[in-house]
Design a protein around this ligand. Structure first.
Ligand code: TXA
Ligand code: MG
Length: 323
């Protein structure tokens, strides 16, 4: 199906399209999502088609508030309640046992559903008007960098969806942290916009990290090359990479002063002051600009493993040229 894709802030239009079983791009604080009625497989299928995403990859459902979660899940563990009190609405997604209302297509057959309460005023209003949850993956074609502005969504999905609800640039900039609960343990399946330190502060202990791709295919979206730029991207010791590619048109993705003294064809800064929050917010825009700047290669250094640094390093590592 082909559409004339419109962008705007018309909540009523978004609501009508979603109620009619269509797909609409929506803003969240993390990245833009590609949303459809989660209770109607015919609508959910359209997300997979627009994104060209494999159907074995399950989707997150979005709800207006934590009270709505009880209807679509069963046996919510007390650790989930604890984290929800602190971090919802916000960039944390909970893997919970699903109720029969959630179609198997949404969870790719898993008995658990991923649930999130996004913190974006426009999308909160939209979700409050609907009597169904919205299933929404990031609104990028499968395998490419996630979108953090309405324009990013337009660039890659123009003609494939009818409407983009424009909520401005995303404030967090990396996807939600995904947390799972098994036998009393709290397991982080994807690093994201809620830091591990903040979660440990609430839980009183470190959550377990099981984000590996091969070892734990429970989150199949954790495919290795998932945020890939078209221009090859390498991450590592920045001076060494600059030296290695000195004969090429090199684009540096810098953080703080880590590119000081290095020569480059282009340089994009994630955060002048070395803030991982600011870097997360800029990450996907910078990756897109780097990809489009005419360089032969993109190079970046690792960020510190604190705050949102781990989530950013994860995205950079998965965007890296393989082999
Ligand atoms: O911040 C976010 O989480 C954004 C915004 C739009 O909410 N959404 C997002 O969705 O990043 P997506 O589909 O790009 O990534 C969701 C991840 C995938 O890796 C998927 O495999 C995993 O969540 N996931 C979803 N449902 C799951 C389930 N039932 N069991 C295990 N993993 C699941
Ligand atoms: Mg995604």
């Amino acid at each position: 199906m082909s559409f004339r894709t419109e962008t705007g802030t018309d909540l009523e239009k978004a609501r009508q399209l979603l109620e009619a079983g269509e797909v609409v791009a929506i803003p969240t604080e993390t990245v833009y999502g590609l949303a459809a009625n989660a209770l109607t497989p015919d609508a959910v299928v359209k997300i997979f088609e627009a994104k060209q995403r494999p159907r074995f990859n399950p989707l997150i459902i979005h709800l207006p508030d934590w009270n709505a979660v009880a209807k679509y899940t069963i046996d919510i563990p007390k650790e989930a309640e604890l984290l929800a009190r602190q971090f919802t609405p916000g960039p944390l997604t909970f893997l919970l046992k699903k109720s029969d209302l959630i179609p198997d297509l949404v969870t790719a057959g898993s008995p658990k559903v991923a649930v999130r309460i996004p913190a974006h005023p426009l999308t909160h209003q939209l979700l409050s008007k609907l009597d169904f949850p919205l299933s929404a993956p990031s609104a990028n074609p499968f395998g490419y960098v996630s979108p953090t502005t309405a324009q990013h969504v337009y660039e890659s999905l123009n003609g494939r969806i009818p409407y983009i609800l424009d909520g401005g640039p995303c404030k967090v900039g990396v996807e939600s942290t995904i947390v799972d609960f098994e036998d009393g343990e709290v397991i982080v399946r994807r690093k994201g916009g809620t830091s591990l330190e903040a979660m440990a502060g609430v839980l009183g202990h470190q959550p377990i990290l099981k984000t590996g791709v091969e070892e734990h295919p429970v989150a199949p979206g954790q495919l290795k090359s998932h945020y890939a730029t078209t221009t090859p991207l390498y991450v590592g010791d920045l001076p060494a990479l600059a030296e290695k590619f000195s004969g090429k048109k090199t684009c540096i993705i810098a953080f703080g002063n880590n590119a000081a003294g290095l020569e480059a064809f282009k340089l994009f800064q994630l955060s002048e002051l070395g803030s991982t929050e600011e870097a997360a917010k800029n990450l996907f825009s910078v990756m897109r600009r780097a990809d489009q700047c005419g360089a032969d290669v993109i190079i970046a250094g690792w960020l510190p493993e604190t705050g949102l640094g781990p989530a950013i390093n994860d995205r950079l590592s998965r965007a890296q040229k393989q082999g």
